[in-house]
Write a new protein. Sequence first.
Length: 355
Amino acid sequence: METQRTTLDITKTSATRINEVDFDNLAFGKHCSDHMMICDYKDGKWQTPQVLPYGPIPMEPSAKVFHYGQAVFEGMKAFKDEDDKIWLFRPEDNFKRINISAERLAMPAFPKEYFFEALETILELDKDWIKKGKGNSLYIRPFVIGTENGVSASPSSEYRFIIICCPAKAYYSNPVKVTIAQKYSRSADGGVGYAKAAGNYAAQFYPTNLAKEKGYDQVIWTDANTHEYLEECGTMNVFFRVGDKLITAPTNDRILDGITRKSIIALAEEEGVDVEVRRVAVREIVEAAKNGALKEIFGAGTAATIVPFLGFDFNDNYYELPEIENSYGAKFKKMLQDIQYNLAEDKFGWTYEVK
């Protein structure tokens, strides 16, 4: 992949903050690396991107993002191999998806050359924040917000595109217990579920808190119309293994087109696993759990990679999943990470070396 080189305004930090961070005990997303990118959209065009020391940004209280929620984001990771080379995983998919999300919220598309040059510049400046070894990464958060001043209910005419980075380990350190939603919904037909809109996640917090009060880590969301079909889990796509078959819901305007999800499907098909992308009924999974056909459930996403489920609750009945050897979740997590950390051949052309 080639992108046109442009000119960024770069101001380097005068002093790194890396020594303030305990890399052995990281809280996900808590510490940000030394530099960030800011690019403003004014007068109908994106201005020159600026790479600056990470820090606060001044904003008017009347900025439209605070009032009408014009905000979209992406989640990416940078990995460092044993030769100190830095790799991104399917970054073009992230670039395309943030512009798809932006379009749904009436926001302007961001230029590809700005996106990739900003990423490469920040990762070169902050390369010491990327630690080697499986499980270590630099989480990358590109996001766009409406910044025009004024509280009229209309799209902003000004925007700010920002990229920040956080050193990260696994989002979930242990398997999780989940409950199946029967009242609340993550998204609805014709809505913004397929976009990474900030408000999608805010709307999940309350029902997730209710689930946590009952001892569950996350919610498996169901369709808003009938609550009969399983869709996503928390902030992840979700896979079900029934017998030796791997099943996941299709993407639509309610379900995010997850990059990890697509990668798992491709890896499974490469390995000869029978993969079905179709609607998954709650009653089907409950029945499979009762008769022993349900072998595993796991979530998939950039932050989590792949996280196994201990069991699930439905109608106040808890179904514990069996402990199995050679689980699909563990197998595909290893295959995926081997590619991400440049430990295995990338047959798919997913990796992007930062030079």
